[in-house]
Design a protein around this ligand. Structure first.
Ligand code: UDP
Ligand code: MG
Length: 326
């Protein structure tokens, strides 16, 4: 008997793409069931992340016309990562294996076959990795690459060019439930869980329709969140700069003292101003970074629910897991 696959698709204002996505997923599932790769009880679970358009109505309609489709409606927009988590935590005890995928068809549906093959070979996590970035603009490509490099440099273990197109077994999902952090960065968390994993390469397509829900501002805050959630290197760097600065100022004080003793004590106004500005800048930077961490402690201490489910569609509803975990 083939395993039950639950596909988690976060949707935020995706009315333009959803009907097409659903159509292609239906075809894919029919083929996968036919090939004996997944059980006929497999589902596609759309997570509506507080959309303001007709996304939820479309999901309800899909569910009515085809039992393969199901849905979760979040009470408010919680962000892509939390929407994915809401889906995964809801299905973790009713599926054998899960795959997370964007709604906009940028992730290649045809990579699912290979992911499943790898899963049956014994992998608990299969990362979908982009083989090409032809469709991205130069700017997007550059910022994305720099992001992965910087993350590595800062000590966060992320898979290069892997976004959130990922297969995880139910076992991994149960372990994931043990991570209680509020600042969620799944790309950093999943490698931490461990278990046998591998990569599947796919070509990333253009968004099928609609606009990206990740403007530059959101992307930057995502990157900062990723680094500060997984690494204390920035803090250590500040300490190092602090040491170097103290050494330099010690030398400068001795020098100033010597100059004074020699009787040429007219120190330049500009050098004084420069050092005041420089030290001021370093201090503000240091405070900023410390503040970043203090902010995280604040968020973790509050232990707010990471998402609140407003409604389950009946075939996956009644599952108390989501309630317990939210
Ligand atoms: N998304 C979401 N909540 C948000 C923003 C985005 O659930 O607050 C979903 C969105 O519907 C899509 C996926 O996350 O399925 C990735 O978003 P998008 O395609 O806009 O990002 P990009 O591919 O441009 O990085
Ligand atoms: Mg996209």
């Amino acid at each position: 008997m083939a395993d039950k696959l639950f596909l988690i698709v976060p949707c935020y204002n995706e009315e333009e793409v959803l009907p097409e996505t659903a159509k292609r997923l239906r075809e894919k599932y029919t083929a996968l069931i036919g090939a004996g790769l997944i059980s006929p009880e497999s589902r596609v679970v759309f997570v509506n992340d507080g959309s303001r358009d007709s996304t939820w109505q479309i999901i309800q309609e899909l569910h009515r016309s085809d039992a393969m489709f199901s849905g979760i409606d979040l009470a408010h927009n919680s962000g892509h990562q939390n929407a994915v988590l809401a889906g995964l935590m809801t299905v973790r005890d009713i599926c054998d294996v899960s795959i997370t995928m964007d709604a906009d068809l940028q992730d290649d549906i045809n990579a699912i076959d290979e992911m499943l093959v790898k899963y049956y070979e014994g992998n608990h996590v299969v990362y979908g990795v982009r083989s090409a970035r032809k469709t991205d603009t130069f700017f997007k490509r550059f910022t994305a690459r720099s992001f992965y490099r910087f993350m590595k440099l800062m000590g966060a273990d992320v898979v290069y060019d892997h976004a959130d197109f990922r297969l995880m077994s139910a076992r991994v999902l149960r372990e994931l439930a043990g991570f209680r952090e509020v600042n969620l960065f799944l790309r950093g968390l999943v490698p931490l869980i461990g278990f046998q994993s591998c990569k599947v390469y796919y070509e990333r397509h253009e968004r099928f329709a609609g606009k990206s829900k990740y403007p530059l501002g959101k992307m930057l805050s995502f990157a900062i969140n990723g680094i500060t959630s997984f690494s204390t290197k920035p803090l250590k760097l500040i300490t190092a700069i602090g040491f170097i600065m103290s050494a330099i100022s010690a030398a400068a004080i001795i020098w100033a003292f010597v100059v004074k003793l020699l009787g040429h004590s007219e120190l330049g106004w500009s050098s004084t101003m420069c050092s005041i500005w420089f030290i001021g800048g370093i201090q503000i930077l240091a405070l900023g970074i410390i503040g970043e961490y203090v902010g995280k402690i604040y968020a973790e201490v509050k232990q707010r629910p990471r998402y609140i489910v407003a409604e389950f569609l009946n075939d996956i509803g009644g599952n108390e897991i989501a309630e317990k975990d939210s």
